[in-house]
Design a protein around this ligand. Sequence first.
Ligand SMILES: NC(=O)c1ccc[n+]([C@@H]2O[C@H](COP(=O)([O-])OP(=O)(O)OC[C@H]3O[C@@H](n4cnc5c(N)ncnc54)[C@H](OP(=O)(O)O)[C@@H]3O)[C@@H](O)[C@H]2O)c1
Length: 306
Amino acid sequence: MSNEARLNNALVTGGTDGIGKEVARGLARSGHRVGVVGRDAQKGARVAQEICQTTGNPNVEFFPADLTLMREVKRLSDEVASRWTGLNYLVHSAGVVRGRRELTDDSIESNFAVNYVSRFALTQSLLPIMKTASQLGNAVRIVIISGAAQNGTIYFADVNLTSKFGLLRMLRQCCQANDVFTVEQARRLAANYEHRVTITCLKMGVVKTNIRNGPDFRQWMKMLMSLLDPLLAQTSEDAAKSALNLLLAAEYEGLTGALFVKNRKFKQIVPDTSVTEEQIGKRFWELSERLSAGADKQYQKSISAT
Ligand SMILES: NC(=O)c1ccc[n+]([C@@H]2O[C@H](COP(=O)([O-])OP(=O)(O)OC[C@H]3O[C@@H](n4cnc5c(N)ncnc54)[C@H](OP(=O)(O)O)[C@@H]3O)[C@@H](O)[C@H]2O)c1
């Protein structure tokens, strides 16, 4: 067996900062080959090198991609699939909190594009190499890092929040989208007898990271965070421990479609019917396919233009 076939591969979006960076470090420390995804080539190379140095694992590489853009999602998955034959761990940690409404080139509200649609699209594009890894006998785990809000609303008729954009509405919609996606993706994998590919969602409380220094992070939210920090804030390392648990611990092998919260404690939660209802899952899946399909057209256009 070649080295390539023996290494377990892990891709961590948002692996260049905050929670994702610590998840990537933990995976590297466990001996896996790790790809970290971010937008900035210099920062990405620096972080990959730092993780190599702190873990002693030389197999950490940077994959550049702007996950706001669905053609970039497609390009990223093509690049990963061309370099790796199988994928054992997929962690979705890339995320933003922008208090300003802006549409992407794919006509998707930009927070929703990064925090949800890119996750849906990247998962679908990488499923073939995840299935390859599972056929080689390895369990494959997908972990979504999302926010702690529960029972939010998906605005099916106005998912871009055109008529009433608000930071909390936007965040609650992103959280609900990730929850519904986790349950529906698990249902679809099970229906296709893909029992060795599992997906879970980790809903984070307050974590002290650079997310609050991003452009358009609202001042009132910064102030709220500084009040909550002494009571609730966890470090990226603490937050990453829970994600690594879901990725690596034997006790979670085979568990799928499950949601966990990490505030002070890490615990599994029982989702509301607005998350588990099959009709909602199906309807949201179809919407997600439509949102990411525009992306595919853009990507085809961009490669035929080169
Ligand atoms: N921190 C919290 O209190 C908190 C609470 C609840 C949920 N979460 C969730 O946890 C996840 C991680 O957040 P964090 O706090 O660790 O944030 P962070 O420290 O700001 O890190 C965000 C990561 O996402 C990447 N990213 C952002 N926009 C991107 C884009 N368009 N394309 C590609 N990568 C992009 C960044 O990469 P580059 O900057 O290197 O490009 C960075 O690696 C997010 O999904 C967030 O919603 C965080």
